[in-house]
Design a protein around this ligand. Structure first.
Ligand code: WTA
Length: 643
């Protein structure tokens, strides 16, 4: 594979950027020529942010899996597409070549069809990090079904909510998943999610942990049995046939948290998503054919979708998929993997780096990291200390670090340096990729033109124009998409993040300006956590804010009013945490729960989160004006009880 659109110098970046802004249709049309289309598009771009309506490559016909698999077969059939490292380092690794991956995807695509899945149907995937998860995702895309992957850390209730929202009739899962020292009983969680569900017709269960599971006649089938049927019975001419799709047909739904209500289903469509993930993969990481790319994210999040599956595979790359966690069996696990497979690109999250930093340098001893060429981070702002630790101890000061800023809604990286090509700056995401037009606005939507005391422009980060990977809608509720992203500021896409810009045009992301938390790089809405806490029988009211956490980036701080304790405070705290784990999942458990008698409210009854945030952050002297509160006395009480 060659990538004629790979930017090789700062000069080339400037030229590409300029062209992408002055002639976006010419620019992206030319790049899209490098893919396999069954029919070329009629129009590169139609858009308005009012409705909003965005179409890329309208009229184009393709199948994304032909771009990820079939087109690579002549040159890359026996090259590894996926290298799979199991949770337990003693277990056999699996190297899945492009030929094998193609075959398995075709086979499972037929399994889906045999089980009734048709183009446009929603298939919910709840699996551990096994190659079969990638097969399932790609098999959906092959037949035009819309996949919706749910992260293994979400509870039965969260799955039930998502199944209902997506009106999904099919599920692919595993008996269980291994993660570090834990076995997660995935099928049993699915069973709980399906209590009372009358919509789901079929659950396909892949055997991973050999845990005992219940199998319901007429609904549940084993992956292995279904795969065997395909090899036995399929007419040769049908095997592997892929559905012809419109560029603007949905590819997947991925649920993500916002500042209000339940998580929303972000919808991405095929053509634009393919071009964007491929382009950003090839350019940001400066991928060279033959290199091994290791993205440590879980496929349950957008990072795994875009930079384990679609970006790398569409580029004919070798993508390393790791089933386990960085600290098991010990904190040297990532470095063992880098050494074992001669990893060239390592893409991880600041929270993982900070967690590994806390183990010191011992876990690095004897590990050969000399294969590394590029390091990347994603998911949250990276602090300078972690940046330097990564640079010195992992990259040995020889590897560019790309600090990639993006979101579930953006499909791929929007702001980042390009490895070794454009300049980097610790804790700055730096420059926008071609096609990206960021703008900082004040709370009234006016572009920020004045610098602050430190000589930086500071504001809410928005985008002026669409790029191929921008979300198209939120599933089943287009109005929600409009109000969430396109209504805050006229004619702009609002990211929810605050940012700084310097005179070089570099951006530094400062974090969310809405009520969304970023805990260990996981997006969690404060409203969601409050709703879950309020489900606890003794809870009267609660307010949730973030606070700085050394490893997680942000922790969850809950102020809770209870009508009665059950047992002592500690016991009640545990019960509340357990309730949150049940309703959302273990990832949303509060780090701190402070019991209070009242919450600071304005006379109109609005909770003053700003004050609660400052108290949680320990900035007692920066509470600001509290005189407008209904009962200013509660603030002193809360301050004195701070955990
Ligand atoms: C944050 C993850 C600073 C940001 C790809 C964004 C970052 C949210 C960075 C999206 C970064 C992501 N620097 N902050 N390099 N990358 N974020 O949807 O607040 O899970 O809005 O997508 O993560 O999280 P999401």
């Amino acid at each position: 594979m060659s990538y004629p659109y790979q930017i090789k110098s700062l000069e080339e970046y400037k030229v590409a950027y300029q062209k992408s802004i002055t002639d976006p249709e010419g620019f992206w049309g030319e790049i899209a020529e490098n893919f396999t289309w069954r029919k070329k598009w009629d129009k590169v771009l139609n858009w308005n942010f009012k409705e909003p309506k965005v179409e890329w490559f309208a009229g184009g016909k393709l199948n994304i899996t032909e771009n990820c698999l079939d087109r690579h077969l002549p040159a890359l059939a026996d090259k590894p597409a996926i290298i799979w490292e199991p949770n337990n380092p003693e277990e056999r690794v699996r190297i899945v070549t492009y030929e094998r991956l193609h075959k398995r995807v075709c086979q499972f695509a037929q399994v889906l069809k045999n089980n009734g899945v048709k183009k446009g149907d929603r298939v919910c995937i709840y699996m551990g990090m096994v190659p079969e998860l990638a097969y399932a995702v790609l098999a959906c895309a092959r037949i035009g079904a819309i996949h919706s992957v749910i992260f293994g850390g979400f509870s039965a209730q969260s799955i039930a909510d998502r199944l209902e929202d997506a009106k999904a009739e099919y599920i692919v899962t595993c008996d269980g998943a291994y993660r570090g020292g834990k076995d997660i009983p995935l099928k049993s969680i699915i069973d709980d999610a399906l209590i009372g569900n009358k919509v789901v017709k079929r659950v396909i269960v892949y055997t991973r942990t050999r845990t005992a599971v219940s199998m319901i006649k007429g609904r549940d089938v084993w992956w292995e049995d279904e795969m065997l049927k395909v090899t036995d019975t399929l007419p040769v001419e049908d095997f592997g046939k892929s559905e012809e799709m419109d560029a603007e047909d949905p590819l997947f739904i991925l649920y993500t948290s916002g500042s209000t209500g339940k998580p929303k289903g972000v919808v991405h469509t095929i053509g634009g998503y393919m071009v964007w993930t491929n382009y950003t993969f090839v350019n940001t990481f400066q991928y060279q054919p033959g290199q091994v790319h290791f993205c440590t994210a879980d496929i349950g999040w957008i990072t795994g979708h875009s930079y384990i599956i679609y970006g790398p595979l569409s580029a004919g790359a070798t993508s390393l998929m790791f089933e386990g966690v960085p600290t098991w069996p010990d904190a040297g696990r990532f470095w063992d993997i880098v050494d074992k497979y001669k990893v060239n690109i390592l893409y991880t999250a600041p929270t993982a780096i900070r967690s590994l930093m806390s183990y010191g340098l011992d876990p690095l001893k004897g590990k050969d990291l000399s294969s590394l060429k590029v390091l990347g981070t994603v998911g949250e702002p990276i602090n300078e200390e972690a940046w330097h630790w990564y640079d010195e101890n992992i990259g040995k000061k020889k590897c560019p670090i790309v600090d990639t800023w993006w979101q579930t809604e953006t499909a791929g990286i929007l702001i980042s340096n390009l490895a070794g090509v454009t300049p980097s700056k610790p804790s700055w995401a730096t420059l926008p990729l071609p096609g990206i037009q960021p703008v900082l606005v004040d709370d009234r939507g006016k572009e920020v033109t004045e610098k602050d005391e430190e000589g930086l422009y500071k504001g809410n980060l928005c985008m002026k124009a669409p790029w191929p990977g921008i979300l198209r809608t939120t599933y089943g509720d287009h109005e929600r998409c409009r109000t969430n992203y396109f209504a805050t500021y006229e004619n702009l896409y609002f990211t929810g993040d605050g940012a700084l810009r310097n005179d070089d045009g570099f951006f530094r992301i400062t974090g969310r300006v809405d009520d969304v938390l970023n805990v260990s790089g996981h997006r969690i809405g404060t409203a969601e956590v409050e709703n879950a806490i309020n489900m606890h029988a003794s809870v009267v009211e609660s307010a949730v804010v973030g606070f700085p956490h050394e490893v997680k980036g942000q922790g969850i701080y809950a102020y809770v009013i209870v009508s009665a304790m059950h047992g002592d405070e500690e016991h009640t705290r545990k019960d509340i945490s357990q309730t949150v784990a049940r309703i959302i999942g273990p990832i949303a458990k509060p780090d701190r729960i402070q019991f209070v008698n009242g919450l600071p409210k304005t006379r109109s009854g609005k909770i003053m989160r700003r004050i609660l945030r400052k108290i949680a952050e320990g900035e007692m002297d920066k509470l600001g004006d509290t005189s407008t509160l209904l009962d200013p006395g509660v603030v002193d009480e809360i301050k004195s009880g701070k955990l």
